[in-house]
Design a protein around this ligand. Sequence first.
Ligand code: FAD
Length: 295
Amino acid sequence: MKIIKILNNNRCSLSFEVFPPKVSTSFEQVKPAIEKIAKLKPSFMSVTYGAGGGTSQYTLDIAQDIRNRYGVPTMAHLTCVSSTRETVAEKIRDLKKAGIQNVMALRGDLTPEMKLSDAKHWDYSHAVDLIRELKESDADFCIGCACYPEVHPESPHQTDDIRYLKEKVDAGCDFMTTQMFFDNNLLYNFLYKIREAGITVPVIPGIMPITKAVQLERAIQLSGSFIPQRFKALVDRFGGDDMAMAQAGIAYATDQIIDLYANGVQNVHLYTMNNPEIARAIQNNISSILGNTGK
Ligand code: FAD
């Protein structure tokens, strides 16, 4: 099923992101967790694409497996920055052959050796190039792209970021998923600005439950997210107690999600970090809210 159909059905829904193993030897360790997550029957699941594409075949295998065995619609992520036209064409053929209908089209992070000033020598410098290629293929994909309520770290200004976002939508992107954020007001402000800029496609907020104090450091490094005082206080108080921190982190994420639904969001995407217990706990916390149509 195409994700855009799920987004247009006017019901509160929850989807999950999982990631493939970083090295091929750990596939068997990752698989049971992903299966447990699929058994929770989210609205859809997305499978990330390993940076640099090292274990990229698993993205496709996992997405196909979840859909075939658990009947959960899936989306495969695909990055382009370190790829050639030939490898991307091959990936598109593989996705089509596997019957994957939803693709998250991304540029991918630059490695330390990559300089933006060299981009003219690359086959792909931005996600928009990949979106155009997916759109031109004969596969009729439903295409998602990434967006950044707190601005992409490389962007000099949010105005530029939003201009390029509009370019992605105009190229054929059907919906967007956000980078994690910990203050919903940042999302509401971002939504206001992109709607003003004429971007009308659905936006799926991405929520990352922080259940360990060390996770917070990594999350900030990765996304540069603003951490509200309310959340800092929670980590200060419970960070040293694993059980208490997990409970507090799940409660914080649940609170964020309920506020998003109350303010008109249809589908929230949960960054599960391949942890079925956390996915299940949050899904249970909102079990009577899921499916609500607001009428
Ligand atoms: P782009 O849209 O190309 O944007 C990158 C930067 O370039 C931005 O600053 C933008 O403003 C600017 N820009 C865009 N278009 C132009 C243009 N035409 N000219 C000049 N500047 C331009 N990474 C992975 O490796 N695998 C994954 O599976 C993965 N999944 C993700 C899922 C989500 C929801 C998010 C938010 C991120 C994900 N990432 C993933 C990380 C992502 O690859 C990085 O954030 C990357 O740095 C940017 O990717 P993008 O697709 O947003 O790039």
